[in-house]
Design a protein around this ligand. Structure first.
Ligand code: SF4
Length: 327
């Protein structure tokens, strides 16, 4: 695991990132309401670091990942990649950036071309970015297969001939092919069985140790990010509510929402008991987020101020920031 003293080279710096989607059209086809999917999110990722981005379904974490990848355009805010602003770059200017910034999707089956053999799926990004001979290409693809734990004889198979875990290994090999600096892992293990989840997470940890790649690891479950993350950002309704290193988050959570998420994480010691916090009510609509603190409609500690005034992110301890009036 990366020590905090080694976190020196910032690869990605996201500042006040927003992504709103229009949801209704008026008579003239103009949007009259907006989904506030990502609403002022700021974080950074260092070389060799994994940042876990966690929150319930619909909190905006996957949209944040897709916006950073520029698969969708941000509404506002800045995305700095290796010191260069990329939030407004056009397709051609983004081409070299995409080599360094790869993605692994949640559903490996729908993200892999069913008509291509496994070796061609992994070779596809190489053909886009490298001028390799066919022999060099074959050699590199065989190297990647070995690195992700697939056998050489599986190279000629089609995606439907693989299990879910193997398909995700294939997706990882494809992302790794052009030696990216950062891979955005968008719920990469959510569709897999628990035992297979652990194998894929261990594989990602091993690949990070070998290649020094960074990850933005998006997940809806704190248990999933515990092993892989150096730091964790907790998102609720479009905003980051807590951001700190993994140890602080798991030992001393500061935000009531993090407390609730953490209470659902199983503890390895059967004698140790953790009181489960069941949040009341549903996540409010991101079209009309509640005023003040967005969590106030479900927070067991909410007071009058919470309903009127939005809490700012503040550092409560070095490297530990939280957005809550009580901290
Ligand atoms: Fe709860 Fe208030 Fe803190 Fe929001 S600001 S998390 S409502 S105590």
């Amino acid at each position: 695991m990366l020590g905090s003293e080694a976190l020196v080279t910032t690869l990605l710096q996201v500042h006040e990132l927003r992504k709103y989607f229009p949801v209704k059209k008026d008579f003239f086809g103009r949007g009259t309401a907006k989904v506030h999917a990502v609403d002022g999110v700021s974080f950074s990722i260092a070389a060799g670091e994994t940042l876990g981005l966690v929150g319930e379904s619909g909190c905006g974490k996957s949209t944040a990942g897709k916006t950073i990848l520029r698969l969708i355009d941000p509404t506002s805010g800045t995305i700095e990649w290796c010191g260069r602003r990329i939030e407004a770059l056009g397709r051609a200017a983004m081409h070299p950036v995409r080599r360094e910034l790869q993605v692994v999707f949640q559903d490996p089956y729908s993200s892999l071309n069913p008509r291509l053999r496994a070796r061609d799926i992994v070779a596809e990004p190489l053909r886009n970015y490298e001028s390799l001979s066919e022999a060099q290409m074959r050699e590199h693809v065989a190297f990647l297969f070995e690195k992700v734990g697939l056998r050489a004889d599986q190279m000629v198979r089609y995606p439907h001939e693989f299990s879910g875990g193997q398909r995700q290994r294939l997706g990882i090999a494809r992302a790794l092919a052009v030696r990216p600096k950062l891979i955005i892992c968008d719920e990469p293990v959510s569709a897999l069985d628990v035992s297979v989840q652990a194998q894929v997470i261990n594989l990602l940890v091993d690949l990070q140790a070998e290649f020094g790649v960074s990850y933005l690891f998006v997940a809806h479950d704190l248990a999933v990010v515990e092993h892989i993350s150096h730091r964790v950002a907790v998102m609720y309704l479009g905003k980051i509510v807590e951001l700190t290193d993994k140890r602080s988050l798991f030992r001393n959570p500061q935000h009531p929402y993090t407390e609730a998420l953490l209470s659902a994480v199983p503890v390895p010691d059967p004698k140790a008991k953790r009181k489960r916090i069941i949040l009341q009510g549903d996540v409010p609509s991101p079209v009309t987020p509640p005023p003040g603190c967005r969590f106030h409609t479900r927070c067991p500690y909410a007071e009058a101020r919470c309903r009127a005034e939005e809490p700012a992110m503040k550092e409560v301890r070095p490297g530990h920031s939280v957005a809550c009036h009580l901290r």
